[in-house]
Design a protein around this ligand. Structure first.
Ligand code: FE2
Length: 331
């Protein structure tokens, strides 16, 4: 048994589905799409599901992360940073995630806005279905995310990106992110329906496997975890047709073939942890959404890395409490 000081540990703050909007708290996503597409219905479906972010909860989240989880090695965001794939929504999300802290120790920028970027802690992210909606419409295939977050997501649509996250003692996990967003509405099942779905395109899964096996050869001591915005369905945690990751068996088969144990996701707006023996699925819930019916969550993940194997040794979740005006630990 290694003493704690000798253990190779690496910790992540995991948040997801921020749904940032340039016009927060005005209309839901559906309301926005309807009002902008048809110029009607303003307010009719206000606060329907898939709402926009709450600036109040986002600020409290940034404060909490700095105050309580400031020692973590990395912030991991698993998609749906924005409500729509417009430049204004994506830029609003970017300002929150990546604007520099005023003095490197506070969660606020020099103009007093909240930010997650305190010090030089790395941020790993990938797009979700909302980030790839074209303009203000609920249509998949948008590419504005690649412009606004191009320094963090460098590979473009339907691609795979390897992010090496390294702790102070050199402990490293390769966080491999795969973009399973739909290239177009025609890739939904059935075609043109369910724009909230993702799809395991074989080329993307093949690339995910290729870079994983290459990573094992080149960096045998590093741990590896996989990240997808879209979780596969598990018997006790079905995702449902509306949000399904189509052909998710390709992803699960590839994970098993590559010896991947951890799959970290967002998308469903529910927070859960599934231990299916060979694969552990961690789904983050929403972080700061207005009127979230399943709460808003911040998750803390601590992995131990030994001889190329990453194993989770600590998983803690904190849910926003309106009464406390803070995130509180939920066992
Ligand atoms: Fe979402």
């Amino acid at each position: 048994m290694l003493s704690k000081s000798c253990r190779k540990l690496l910790s992540f703050v995991h948040i997801t589905d921020l749904h940032f909007s340039a016009t927060p708290g005005v209309y839901s996503f559906i309301g926005a799409a309807l009002s902008e597409r048809y110029q009607a219905g303003v307010g009719i479906v206000q606060d329907f599901f898939n709402g926009r972010h709450s600036p109040e909860i986002a600020e409290i989240a940034a404060d909490f992360i700095q105050r309580r989880l400031g020692d973590h090695d990395c912030i991991l965001l698993t998609g749906d940073l924005a409500t729509r794939g417009t430049q204004s929504d994506l830029q609003t999300a970017r300002d929150y995630v990546l604007s520099p802290s005023a003095n490197g120790t506070t969660y606020q920028t020099s103009t007093g806005r909240p930010t997650l970027s305190v010090g030089n802690r790395p941020v790993v992210l990938l797009p979700g279905n909302h980030d790839r909606f074209e303009d203000s419409k609920c249509v998949p295939g948008g590419t504005m995310f690649d412009s606004v977050f191009g320094d963090k997501w460098t590979k473009g649509p339907q691609s795979v990106q390897v992010n090496a996250v390294c702790g102070l003692d050199g402990t490293t996990i390769n966080v491999i992110c795969a973009d399973f967003t739909l290239p177009s509405a025609q890739h939904a099942d059935p075609p043109a329906f369910f724009p909230g779905q993702g799809r395991c395109i074989e080329d993307v899964v093949r690339e995910l496997s290729r870079v994983t096996l290459a990573s094992r050869v080149k960096y045998p001591r590093r741990g590896i975890i996989w990240v997808s915005h879209f979780p596969p369905s598990f018997p006790n945690e079905p995702v449902g047709r509306l949000l399904e990751l189509v052909d998710s068996h390709f992803l699960l088969d590839a994970a098993r073939n590559c010896g991947i144990k951890y799959l970290i996701c967002g998308h469903t707006h529910r927070q859960y942890y599934v231990d299916a023996a060979d694969i552990i699925l961690i789904v983050g819930g929403t972080a700061c959404m207005l009127h979230s019916s399943n709460g808003n969550w911040i998750n803390s993940l601590r992995f131990e890395v030994n001889n190329g194997e990453a194993d989770i040794v600590e998983f803690s979740s904190f849910e926003f409490s309106q009464e406390d005006k803070d995130f509180v630990y939920r066992p």
